[in-house]
Design a protein around this ligand. Structure first.
Ligand code: HEM
Length: 209
């Protein structure tokens, strides 16, 4: 429960912040939304989140591209024929959520970060949208969806509301390394903020409020 709930949340925040720093127009749009919702307050509260439609779209889009749990295991309870293959009962199946989220036949410009695709659209975390499954599906689907999305949205909203992020001298948006490494969840190979590893980018954050 501890690793299911912490590593996933942390890695989602790091991927999302990286995408926003890489895409300044999206960052600006989110900061504008935060400024309007906060109405002069320095802190975004949990009750503000339901009004932050762009924030929700940003997190969903980030989780489409960087799903923390890319392979979900299942076992068939009966034999089935699927796309010409006979799959016997008791077969272990790995659902490739990473590939499903980037399927170009479903998602236009599937490798691009475009939060707008989740605006005015009914895709919810716990739903029957089998083309986007960051929290899995069915009875074994993640029980922490509500908690995780609230924590991620609240943390992200406050980070972008309270700070402007700037890359260090000479580093361009396209230099941010978005390669992945796999442990319990899929992490950024080079950390965005902590200076611990050689290729980490130490982002400078300026206080806004
Ligand atoms: C971004 C955050 C998170 C993501 C992406 C995520 C994703 C997932 C996925 C894909 C599964 C497997 C679902 C399936 O088999 O269909 C899962 C299971 C699980 N998650 Fe999460 N999770 C997150 C946060 C959390 C949090 C915050 C908690 C608890 C506080 C939590 C608790 C669990 C537990 C207990 C299971 C196992 C459920 C079972 O096997 O019956 N998760 N999660």
């Amino acid at each position: 429960m501890f690793s299911a709930g912490t590593d996933t949340t942390f890695t989602t925040l790091e991927w999302t912040l990286s995408e926003l720093i890489k895409h300044p127009p999206a960052m600006k749009k989110l900061q504008q939304e935060a400024t309007i919702i906060a109405e002069g307050r320095s802190t975004i509260l949990e009750q503000d989140l339901e009004k932050m439609q762009y924030l929700k779209a940003v997190v969903k889009e980030s989780m489409r591209l960087h799903t923390p749990v890319p392979l979900i295991p299942r076992e068939t309870t009966e034999g089935v024929e699927l796309m010409g293959y006979d799959i016997p009962v008791g077969t272990q199946v790995l659902v490739n959520v990473w590939a499903i989220g980037r399927d170009p036949t479903v998602w236009e410009d599937s490798n691009k970060f475009r939060p707008e695709r989740f605006l005015d659209n009914s895709t919810e975390y716990k739903s029957l949208h089998y083309d986007w499954l960051p929290f899995g599906a069915g009875r074994r689907g993640c029980p922490g969806i509500q908690f995780a999305t609230t924590i991620i949205e609240l943390a992200l909203a406050n980070m972008v509301h309270k700070f402007d992020f700037e890359l260090p001298n000479g580093v361009k948006n396209e230099d941010i390394d978005m390669s992945e490494t796999y442990g319990i969840t899929v992490h950024k190979k080079s950390s965005l903020i902590t200076g611990g590893c050689e290729s980490a980018i130490l982002v400078v954050a300026h206080k806004r409020y």
